[in-house]
Unconditional design. Structure first.
Length: 234
């Protein structure tokens, strides 16, 4: 192909609910002689974008697991499944600006301590090009209220677990994370633009407990929440 139209490659592969995809074209595509090549090119770009997003998700999960403090393989595997599922949802991108860390408290322990190594590469992952500049002299208090170029470290304490109850353990993790995120003004500001008008209205008119339930539903973890409530006798 010697020349290409300015709109070449503008066909979009849109992902719908349920992981279904739809090809989104423009009116002028109807009689275009290059539509097959354009569609092939757009599909390739879409696949490359999806692979890049998947790699980013896996890198984030690996970092979280690496610097969290998990004592049992049972909770570790539940945490891995939980993170994989929530980062794959439509609200997953919000979590890239919020560093979730998990700390499993030893049973029958009177006290415990935790050292969290936030490395230069971790900062760069969240702050982008400014990460190298900000890694020295970084003040968490200065960044707490900044949604423009900062991030917040969020520590989730796991004080209880249910032996041999995988769904209940995932439900416990999901509940604690959802409770934390749905009460944080900064997270809510990042989340609302990703919702439909109806979802925004529902979220704003809900009480704290219903907001938690709503977010867990968006993550597709209602079965796990039910398993948790069953274990707690609710």
């Amino acid at each position: 192909m010697d020349t290409e139209k300015e709109c070449f490659g503008s066909i979009e592969m849109v992902t719908l609910q349920g992981e279904q995809t739809m090809t989104q074209t423009k009116p002028e595509c109807q009689n275009c002689q290059e539509i097959r090549d354009c569609l092939r090119h757009s599909k390739q770009l879409s696949e490359e974008k999806r692979e890049k997003e998947e790699l980013r998700k896996q890198e984030m999960i690996a970092r979280i697991i690496d610097i969290s403090h998990i004592l049992s393989n049972d909770i570790g595997s539940c945490l891995l499944e939980f993170l994989s599922r929530i980062y794959s949802t439509s609200l997953g991108e919000v979590l890239f600006r919020n560093l979730l860390l998990f700390y499993e408290i030893p049973k029958n322990a009177f006290f415990s301590t935790l050292a969290i190594p936030i490395t230069r590469s971790t900062l760069q992952m969240f702050l982008g090009e400014r990460g190298e500049e900000s890694s020295s002299g970084y003040s968490s208090s200065e960044k707490q209220g900044s949604s423009e170029d900062g991030f917040i470290l969020r520590l989730v304490l796991i004080q209880k677990s249910f032996p041999n109850q995988r769904k209940a353990n995932i439900g416990l993790i999901a509940y604690e994370v959802a409770r934390m995120l749905t009460t944080d003004k900064w997270v809510i500001e990042q989340m609302l633009p990703l919702l439909s008008n109806g979802e925004i209205k529902t979220f704003k008119n809900s009480d704290p407990e219903h907001r938690i339930h709503w977010l867990i539903m968006k993550w597709g973890l209602l079965d796990e929440l039910s398993a948790l409530k069953k274990e707690l006798g609710r």
